[in-house]
Write a protein that binds this ligand. Sequence first.
Ligand SMILES: [Zn+2]
Length: 145
Amino acid sequence: MREHLIERARKVAEMASSYRDFKVGCAILVWRPEGQTTLDHYSILTAANVKPRPDGPKACAEQTVVCYAMSNGWTRVIAMAVAGEPQADEKSGLTPPTLHPCWLCRTLLKSLPIVSDDTIVLTAHNHAGTVEDHTFKEVLEIHGE
Ligand SMILES: [Zn+2]
């Protein structure tokens, strides 16, 4: 499942809209309880980042897909895979071996009940190479949050 999520994140990253060709994809494994719906209790949802102008707002892949999940009745993110090229974190200044969710994403995600300390966060390059496997809590700790 981990590899499948990473592959889905890499694939959807190709749909990114970025003025500087910075392509990020996010795939999440989500769950919702029985009884709420006749539909499946698990699903994989995906989104890519959108930042068409250097002087305009951005919509990160992680925020887009998690907000979509909440809007559609999903109540828990079990795991999240993020694919992109690593860059320095704007807040912590660290450059992890893979691209971590940015400070805005981390701040939003940690305030949402759908994401928990033990949500698995897999981060990977767009095509191949290092994959990091953390919990969401560990990602926050890496960036001193
Ligand atoms: Zn972000």
